[in-house]
Design a binder for this molecule. Structure first.
Ligand code: NFE
Ligand code: MG
Length: 556
């Protein structure tokens, strides 16, 4: 007999996500539906506005990846005008985005995803000496590692538990059989969970140095950046560099070893491909490395059907959004022609999603009619398959250390490990961008902006990579103002519902075949969904022009 399970809302994400699954008599998932249940957004209110304002408005799509939309929007307008910003602007943008990547990944692994892997209650009874030995076997100089520190962490956690006010640790599935770490590993990662609260602040400060503030930085303009004085100020560069060192050390001596621990104890799940999903991967490329902006640190290309022997070039015409199963009117369209007209049809009589009809506020982007996963796993796989000289050795290094094969990357574990590999990749390159900036300025080039005027009519797109994956903004300008604007966001790709052909989206497909240890504790489902780092605020970014209130929720 099959049974329907609803998880709504999924917590420790941004935005509102509902997952429904059908499980068989063996607690195995046989079908799944992903639904964004709250409607919000931006695309509609951009119409009629000055294209130069689009960046500041679109970054309000999200409170997490604010810079992502700011950048994509600025790139879209620059593409429409045909302007390429100067070298200093390219480097400063890489520095702002680099800090965003580091911040985002640390927060995700520890604070949003960590408790899907780590049993905090088990950490309380770990032996601190054994934990120290274990940490030293995974890193030459493990972060904040000593018996006395681990004892202190246990004391803090115990006080917390005894107080009964568990905060972020409340309502969890402690003791569930799907937690695989020994007590000592739980203690190590729990201690880094607390350390990461401090380190993420340092990473956030990095963004503010060139962004002006964080979240919602202020220093990008169409044609370049405005933070001229900061780029010329050795003190500001030093402030940034100092923080980078702290964050990089944490990535190398806490985050990476902790992911290796996960690979050790959750190895079987990786090998079995648990949580793999659609196995098609898409990346647009990000972090431009040359002054033509063509060569990028994060790769561009597509891998299809988990075949690492071939990487496809991207044909942008093949990117289309479908709405058969989304609460919108209209038909399949390329983003230049895309519309956002709501058509809410609600739930069925039993209160379930109407899985055969419309059931989500997220549209269904498809590439050549194929559902694609985007994000760190997609980027690392495309880079690995391309034989990228920066990415391939790093992926191989981690695979060797973890004693897993490249095939194990097609899994929830692989998705989580890829995010860490990418954090290391970006952290390794930031200092080079600072040096390039200093050398360029010392050489006499102080330009940070290229003059440009808004044409009467034009169209352009900004395609880049942001923490959760490939991000594209498409703009059409008529009479010097925005005539149409469409954002196709990473979480739109990953959280998408079924399409015209009934093909499931990446979240949905990743859940098929997952077996739960305890039907009343959907830990395995949450772990896999969290591995994508969902942001439904980004994924559903349209707005009702008459009223923002669609539904009221009372959370008990
Ligand atoms: Ni709201 Fe975002 C990122 C974008 S999500 S977090 O990263 O764009 O899909
Ligand atoms: Mg959109």
């Amino acid at each position: 007999m099959s049974r329907r399970i609803i998880i709504d809302p999924i917590t420790r994400i941004e935005g509102h996500l509902r997952i429904e699954v059908e499980v068989d008599a063996n607690n195995k998932v046989t079908d799944a539906w992903s639904s964004a249940t709250l409607w919000r957004g931006i695309e509609v209110i951009l119409k009629g506005r000055d294209p130069r304002d689009a960046g500041l408005i679109t970054q309000r799509i999200c409170g997490v990846c604010t810079y992502s939309h700011y950048e994509a929007s600025t790139l879209a307008v620059e593409n429409a005008i045909g302007v390429v910003p100067p070298k200093n602007a390219r480097l400063v943008r890489n520095l702002i985005k680099g800090s965003q990547f580091l911040h985002d990944k640390i927060v995700h692994f520890y604070h949003l995803h960590g408790l899907d892997w780590v049993d905090i209650v088990s950490a309380l009874s770990a032996n601190p000496k054994k934990a120290e030995d274990m940490a030293r076997s995974f890193s030459d100089s493990p972060y904040n590692c000593s018996v006395s520190h681990y004892e202190e962490v246990q004391k803090r956690l115990t006080t917390f538990v005894k107080s009964g006010r568990l905060g972020p640790f409340a309502h969890a599935y402690w003791g569930n059989k799907s937690y695989k770490f020994p007590q000592e590993a739980n203690l190590i990662i729990a201690s880094h969970y607390l350390d990461a609260l401090e380190v993420q602040r340092t990473a956030a400060q990095m963004m503010a140095i060139f962004g002006g503030k964080n979240p919602h930085p202020q220093t990008l303009v169409v044609g370049g950046v405005t933070c001229v004085m900061d780029a010329l100020d050795a003190h500001r560069l030093g402030e940034y560099l100092y923080r980078l060192k702290t964050v990089k050390k944490f990535i190398e001596t806490a985050y990476l070893p902790d992911v290796l621990l996960a690979a050790r104890y959750y190895k079987d799940e990786g090998a079995a491909g648990i949580g793999a999903g659609v196995k098609n991967y898409l990346a647009y490329g990000g972090f431009p490395l040359d002054d033509d902006w063509h060569k990028t640190l994060l790769p561009r290309g597509a891998v299809l059907g988990a075949n690492l022997n071939k990487v496809y070039d991207i044909d942008e015409e093949k990117i289309k959004e479908q709405v058969t199963h989304s609460w919108y009117e209209g038909s399949t369209a390329h983003p230049y022609e895309g519309e956002t007209k709501p058509d809410y049809t609600g739930f069925d009589a039993q209160g379930y999603l109407k899985g055969d009809e419309k059931y989500s506020w997220v549209k269904a982007p498809r590439y050549d009619d194929i559902p694609m996963e985007v994000g760190p796993l997609a980027r690392m796989l495309v880079g690995y398959a391309q034989g990228d000289e920066k990415i391939k050795p790093l992926v191989e290094h981690v695979l060797n250390k973890a004693q897993i094969t490249a095939q194990a990357l097609f899994s929830t574990l692989g998705r989580t490990a890829s995010r860490c590999i990418e954090a290391k990749l970006v952290a390794d390159h930031i200092e080079g961008w600072i040096n390039e900036l200093v050398t360029n300025i010392k050489g006499g080039d102080q330009r940070t902006w290229t003059r440009c005027d808004i044409p009467r009519s034009a169209e352009g797109r900004g395609m880049t990579e942001v923490p959760r994956g490939a991000l594209g903004h498409w703009i059409r300008i008529e009479n010097n103002v925005i005539a149409n604007y469409q954002a196709v966001v990473p979480s739109t790709w990953n959280a998408s519902p079924r399409d015209d052909k009934g093909q499931r989206g990446p979240y949905e497909e990743s859940l098929i075949g997952i077996k739960m240890a305890n039907i009343d504790e959907p830990l395995e489902i949450i772990r896999t969904i969290h591995s994508f780092d969902p942001c439904l605020a980004c994924a559903v970014h349209i707005i009702n022009p008459r009223s923002n209130e669609i539904k009221k929720f009372r959370v008990q």
